[in-house]
Design a protein around this ligand. Structure first.
Ligand SMILES: Nc1nc2c(c(=O)[nH]1)N[C@H]1C(S)=C(S)[C@@H](COP(=O)(O)OP(=O)(O)OC[C@H]3O[C@@H](n4cnc5c(N)ncnc54)[C@H](O)[C@@H]3O)O[C@H]1N2
Ligand code: MOO
Length: 399
């Protein structure tokens, strides 16, 4: 029997030599969830001048002998006080307003005793009080965001503040999804008893989308070599970066995925991985295009999608976080010792008294979508892991 390749080795082989997609420019408002293709420098300094962090009074260094300052004007956000402060003068100032020249501190309005146009304070604010210095956030020319960053709300806010209206992002990798099997019909059709609803396309498309790719539904190919070859070819013509065939990767007489890719000139990568579910997973290259055969059992399709396809998409985006992040949680059921296949148990993760608790779902059959729908994590059981007792910490991946 052909030896099974360890998961880590297969992931490394898959991700080695991935080329990032091209750069495209998008409007800031369209850039959410995309991945930066280049480092982004600040186009201005923020704050551009020293500003007040509170509502109060801007004061100079010198205190008048009687403690009273004369209030000579006002500074509000967007409205600077026009001149330098002289000794003994105060300017009424509001949050975000430029601190006038000659002022070195801001005193809170809560601490002020105001009488007409003069003001005094019981205690003296220290030098620099309530002043946010020019450039405290970023300085013009400084790199604020790095290539490979997924643009979440914080990064988008920073990009806007740095005065970028458009951002360079990686084009979404195009992932063609081909379902294969004579038994498959589209969701919502009048399926006969020997037919199965093709559920993996929509599920995998969601996973691809979430990873930052663009899923292309290539429909259902029958269990026929030339039909599958046609489908692979049209995916290539359509500009796919990854061609995925779901099902038909095992060793049965009707499993045409590998032969079809091979007939299209695939340079073989790996086939058969030491993992459960997902053993028959296959990868190869059609020139620069990645060929992936994902095992047909729906849970196997999604687990291999999560561990291989999604990381491949993220790698093509040049993302700085490619592989799923492992965390630990306390297991609530005993787990038996593992064999040489890394096991990914579908499980339910929750928080109890501030700790992560994880429970495997009732049935680990890789055909049961009800079980993966009920799960929100995978428990990762490493190769030859010893039995685990209730209360032990185990590795998990959120899904
Ligand atoms: N003799 C052996 N038989 C099998 C092995 C093996 O090593 N030796 N591996 C088993 C494992 S593990 C898996 S997983 C399956 C996967 O095989 P295939 O990739 O060839 O999948 P199919 O036979 O095409 O389909 C399996 C199952 O999944 C259903 N399916 C397929 N595509 C979809 C879809 N898009 N949506 C919903 N359901 C789908 C299909 O109807 C079958 O019931 O092979 C084992 N056999
Ligand atoms: O991948 Mo099969 O993945 O064990 O059902």
């Amino acid at each position: 029997m052909m030896a099974l390749m360890p998961v880590d080795e297969a992931q490394a082989a898959l991700l080695a030599g991935v080329t990032a997609t091209e750069t495209e420019w998008v409007e800031l408002a369209e850039a959410g969830g995309r991945t930066l293709a280049a480092d982004l420098a600040a186009l201005r300094t923020q704050p551009p001048v020293d500003v007040s962090t509170m509502d109060g009074y801007a004061l100079g260094k010198d205190v008048a002998s009687d403690g009273w300052y004369s209030v000579v004007g006002e500074a509000a956000a967007g409205h600077a006080f026009g001149r330098s402060l002289a000794s003994g003068e105060a300017v009424r100032i509001f949050t975000g307003a430029p601190v006038p020249e000659g002022a070195d501190r801001v005193a809170l309005q809560e601490d002020a005793e105001r009488e007409d146009d003069r003001v005094r304070f019981a205690t003296r604010a220290p030098s620099g009080a309530y002043i946010r210095k020019r450039g405290a956030d970023f300085i013009e020319g400084e790199t604020g965001l790095f290539a490979g960053t997924r643009l979440g709300f914080g990064a988008l806010g920073l990009a806007a503040a740095m005065n970028h209206a458009r951002l360079p992002v990686r084009r979404r990798p195009r992932v063609a999804l081909i379902a294969s099997g004579d038994e498959l019909v589209k969701p919502g059709t009048n399926a006969l008893s020997h037919q199965i609803v093709a559920s993996s396309t929509v599920a995998l498309a969601r996973l691809v989308d979430d990873a930052g790719g663009e899923a292309i539904d290539m429909g259902i190919a029958p269990d026929d070599l030339s039909a599958l070859r046609d489908r692979i070819r049209s995916a290539m013509t359509g500009g796919a970066n990854v061609v995925v065939v779901m099902g038909g990767v095992s060793v049965g007489d009707h499993d045409h995925t590998r032969p079809a890719f091979a007939a299209e000139g695939m340079e073989p990568g790996f086939w058969k991985i030491a993992m459960r579910p997902g053993k028959p997973l296959m990868h190869g290259r059609l020139g620069r295009v990645h060929a992936l055969g994902l095992p047909g059992n729906p849970v196997s399709t999604l687990v291999t999608g999560l561990l291989f396809l999604a990381p491949l998409v993220r790698a093509m985006l040049g993302r700085d976080d490619v592989l799923p992040v492992a965390e630990t949680a306390i297991v609530t059921a005993p787990l038996r010792a593992n064999d040489m296949r890394r096991d990914f148990l579908r499980a339910r993760l929750s928080v109890e008294a501030g700790r992560l608790i994880v429970t495997p779902v009732a049935n680990q059959d890789s055909a049961l979508l009800s079980m993966i729908a009920a799960a929100n994590a995978l428990i990762v059981r490493r190769e030859f892991a010893p039995a685990a007792e209730i209360g032990e910490a185990v590795d998990i991946i959120r899904i």
